[in-house]
Design a binder for this molecule. Sequence first.
Ligand SMILES: *[C@@H]1O[C@H](CO)[C@@H](O)[C@H](O)[C@H]1NC(C)=O
Length: 335
Amino acid sequence: MERYADLVTHLQTVLPPDARPSLSSSVIPTIIHCIAGIAKALRTSHQVSLAGTANAFGDDQLNVDVLAERTIRDEIARCPCIVTASSEEEPIERPAGKSESNADSEGSEAYTIAFDPLDGSSIIAPNWTVGTIVGIWCGASALHQSPEKKQIAAILGVYGPRTTAIVAIRLPGSKPICLELGLGDSNNDTATCEIIRGKVQLQQQPPFKTRYFAPANLRAAAEDERYMKLVTHYIEHKYTLRYSGGLVPDVIHALVKGHGIYVSPVTATSKAKLRRLYELAPIALIMECAGASAVDPTTGKRILEDPIKDCDERGGLVCGSPDEVSFVLESFGLQ
Ligand SMILES: *[C@@H]1O[C@H](CO)[C@@H](O)[C@H](O)[C@H]1NC(C)=O
């Protein structure tokens, strides 16, 4: 039986006919299956401990980071059209398959996966919601490519009381898609997934019932007057604070509620922290497919404008409702 047959059928109906059949029948179901597998593994990982290693960026690795990384690597090795992969835990692009067989399909459909297996290490011990971030690129590398044209899909997995996923697809020349899935237990062939919403879309016009703000790296407001003023603006205008410190749940909040602004600024004393390849690019694609904006807080440019040259490139992030994003850029003197 085909995995996630309903999802595959749905994707085939909404995507242009004959557009990238393996993307909907193989690549996306594979990643969804990884997310279900990680969710299951997290439920039984009662101890969250340091694995005794650091990843290539010098971050301490947790046992659950290693587990999530391994789950994804094992699954994608069995998906013939995923030819290359790199991750925040192992930030070097290399063949995704164990043998050479994955490279064979390069002629037809070939994809590169760039992922952060478990985002939110600092809030996992208290059992807060964490996530997985995946970018899907056409071709054998995600580096030195136009993110706009080559990153054609992105998936966020959300591990909270429920397991959900957001899937965004934007093929050149066709309408962007953004949907929300609810995932059931993964028992290989019986894995289930339900389409919770076929169209995830931010509300484009006021009136907004409630306006939400998520000020990341709030400490930076102590030394950056513009950020302090921006946060004060939200408080004075009675925005509702929704911030957990987990990038995935914090941006998904806006997608579910239809409004929100997430600000992770870069200031003189707080450096850019988010990885462009593993965090910023996939999140920006999801946001854009849902009618939101995602820009760089130092240049004001769209996150997806420039190619990524190195797996370690980092930046800040302003994303959410388009008018709110413009307001942040104005406040930062960029517009
Ligand atoms: C963590 O939270 C989930 C629900 O979100 C719950 O099912 C699980 O038992 C919790 N685990 C621990 C160790 O508290």
